[in-house]
Write a protein that binds this ligand. Structure first.
Ligand code: SF4
Length: 394
């Protein structure tokens, strides 16, 4: 395991840093994070060691992403240290997109101004809603007013590339409630919106409330209607719906970092539970902060396990990630990677999708329509079934 990454010949393009700390857990969240903030200083020291330990990889980094958890719980000094450690150990392009997630309940103007000054050039603000009833239901630590202030402060601090995260489809949410929320978000005039459906993740408090009958989730039909309405409204307002949940006010504001994930570009992930991918092999660090710190301090890479993607997995991921985006499945790339024609291989599935006006096909790409994206999971399952059946009959 020790030379797991040194064997890689990948040219990494993206770096992700996981900051697994939160003031309090939100009821819907299944991301790995701890509320014991006392671990932060040791964690940062360990993260610094991990970055140094993994230096020397072939890398031309054009995106860096601080995600969580709540990166905005770090002091500016800690963020600066991590950023400089990355810059000292990897080749970073001068115009790299450097994103940072903030929680409106943890920042003020001074903090944001300093973030800008140390080189963060894109903010992803976890607003989730501008409606206090929704925020309380989700057990967020901030109010709608704090969310508005965080966005205003970010603009005032000089950030022009700002994304807002929003959640819709709460059990009590009507279409007009969501459209009112969305309107408030649009009025903040940010460059990017990420609109996520509320999903019931296993083992979260929300999952428990659903199972014991305390909460009745919104029906699939209503959720689909909200998805469609979101796309229509934002489309009319000149947002480009470039990925299932992502809307950019112009090409330059698409998330370059996430686009690299959807494109299966090699990336390095640092921190507890972070994943890395070299184009063939996916590895992931220990979830437990204790194990993560222990491994690094013993001179080992904190890798819990890895998998080498099979041809079938790669095919399915290429299709699944492609169908999420406006770029769709790149037919030429598919052919050169798998030595197969996508159109021939999936002729029947494609024909059904086209018949139902759920997608379009030209000589270079296969893309889902809005109707198709509503049924993305079912469509991906159909592709998965065919890939699996072909493998069995090989
Ligand atoms: S703040 Fe974000 S990462 Fe933390 S619990 Fe809430 S949703 Fe999850």
């Amino acid at each position: 395991m020790s030379d797991l990454l040194s064997e890689s010949s990948a040219d990494y393009r993206a770096i992700y840093l996981h900051i697994p700390f939160c003031v309090k857990k939100c009821i819907y969240c299944d991301f790995y994070s701890k509320t014991d903030l006392g671990f932060i200083p040791d964690y940062i020291k360990t993260l610094e060691k991990e970055i140094k330990k993994r230096s020397g990889q072939q890398a031309t980094i054009n995106t860096i992403y601080f995600g969580g958890g709540t990166p905005s719980l770090l002091s500016i000094k800690e963020v600066d240290l991590l950023l400089n450690t990355i810059k000292d150990n990897f080749s970073i392009l001068s115009d790299a997109e450097i994103s940072f997630e903030i929680n409106p309940g943890t920042v003020d103007f001074k903090y944001l101004e300093k973030l800008k000054n140390i080189g963060i050039n894109r903010l992803s603000i976890g607003v989730q809603s501008f409606n206090d009833d929704k925020l309380q239901f989700l057990e967020r630590i901030h109010t709608a007013d704090q969310a508005v202030k965080a966005v205003d402060d970010a603009k005032q601090a000089g950030f022009s590339n700002i994304s807002l995260d929003l959640i819709y489809g709460l059990p009590f949410e009507t279409q007009s409630m969501w459209l009112d929320d969305l309107k408030k978000a649009v009025n903040m005039k940010t460059a990017h919106l990420s609109c996520y459906m509320l999903t019931i993740e296993p083992l979260t408090p929300l999952d428990k409330y659903v199972k014991n009958g305390k909460i009745k989730p919104l029906e699939h039909k209503s959720m689909s209607m909200l998805f469609k309405k979101t796309a229509q409204v934002l489309n009319e307002l000149q947002f480009e719906h470039y990925e299932i949940s992502s809307f950019a006010k112009g090409r330059e504001y698409k998330s370059k970092h996430n686009s690299q994930y959807w494109d299966m570009t090699p990336y390095l992930g640092f921190g507890a539970s972070a994943h890395s991918f070299d184009g063939q092999k996916r590895s992931w660090n220990h979830k437990s902060i204790i194990k993560y710190i222990k491994d690094i301090n013993s001179g080992r890479l904190p890798v819990e396990d890895f998998e080498i993607l099979t041809v079938e997995q790669k095919k399915l991921e290429t299709i699944m990630l492609g169908l999420r985006t406006i770029e769709g499945v790149d037919l030429i790339k598919f052919k050169s990677q798998f030595h197969l024609s996508f159109q021939d291989e999936f002729e029947n599935i494609i024909a059904t999708i086209l018949d139902q006006s759920m997608g379009s096909l030209n000589s270079s790409k296969f893309v889902l329509s809005l109707e198709g994206r509503i049924c993305l999971n079912d469509i991906v399952e159909t592709f998965a079934g065919k890939i699996l059946a072909d493998k069995i009959h090989e």
